[in-house]
Design a binder for this molecule. Structure first.
Ligand code: HEM
Length: 227
């Protein structure tokens, strides 16, 4: 078992498993965050955020999510370093450039952009909600339900550059996912020639949904505050 996990395919296997787990988190996260678009009183989003924070299943899933991120990043670094030291040169390199898409050759860079976004994101929302607190969270609190909506929307309304960071982060995430979804299924042995095309289309659809969805939320909040 440990020799499998130390092999190149074993590392790719773990990256694929952790990646698909992170993808399921992203889909749930997007659905919850989309409540910001559908109710500008913030009640729906606040109730959903409170439900998630108080839910015992989510309390168990949160550390698993953190481990998933750490594993995914760690193995990405190890595999990238390995690929750099065994890189094809000359003609082989040109052949590789033709055979692979821009995003597949730049997965690590795209991952770094997403990671930078994630650090800014977690520091501004998760950290304040879970650890330091913020006066906006207490504004108009209903019982135990904090005003997460006010914290999030004020952040987007007050800082244009933050909206830009979210749009760039979402596009990088979409490109990262576009390449990785079918590749993850392939590594896990769940793809063949017929399914490869279908999974490619499915990956494209999910990537557009996630990139578009996460980018639209800050843009919508900022633009509607100007109208
Ligand atoms: C419009 C875009 C987004 C909004 C409004 C948003 C909002 C939030 C909020 C309010 C929290 C804190 C939840 C809590 O602790 O109660 C959070 C946490 C988190 N977000 Fe996002 N998010 C967005 C996009 C993203 C994206 C694109 C990613 C991943 C690349 C992401 C990853 C995370 C993670 C890992 C956490 C910490 C775990 C958790 O609390 O569930 N978010 N987000």
């Amino acid at each position: 078992m440990s020799s499998f996990l130390n092999s190149s395919i074993g590392k790719k296997f773990l990256m694929s498993l952790s990646g698909l787990f992170l993808l399921s988190f992203l889909l749930v996260h997007l659905i919850l965050n989309s409540f910001i678009l559908f109710d500008n009183t913030g009640e729906l989003f606040n109730q959903a955020a409170h439900f998630m924070a108080a839910n015992p299943i989510i309390k168990v899933v949160e550390p698993v999510l953190a481990i998933g991120f750490i594993l995914h990043i760690l193995y990405a670094i190890i595999l990238t370093l390995h690929n750099l030291t065994t890189r094809p040169v000359g003609y082989n390199k040109q052949k590789q450039a033709h055979a692979s898409s821009w995003s597949s050759r730049n997965m690590f860079v795209l991952g770094l952009v997403v990671l930078t976004f994630l650090v800014i994101h977690v520091a501004n929302f998760f950290w304040k909600i879970k650890f330091t607190g913020h006066e906006l969270l207490e504004h108009g609190m209903v019982g135990e339900v904090e005003n997460t909506y006010l914290l999030v929307t004020t952040f987007f309304i007050d800082w244009w550059w933050i909206v830009a960071v979210y749009v760039i982060g979402s596009v990088a995430l979409g490109l990262h996912l576009y390449h990785s979804i079918w590749a993850a299924f392939q590594t896990l042995g769940l793809s063949n020639q017929l399914w490869r095309r279908r999974l490619n289309r499915f990956g494209l659809l999910v990537s557009i949904l996630i990139a578009g969805g996460f980018a639209v939320i800050p843009l919508w909040v900022k633009i509607s505050s100007l109208l």
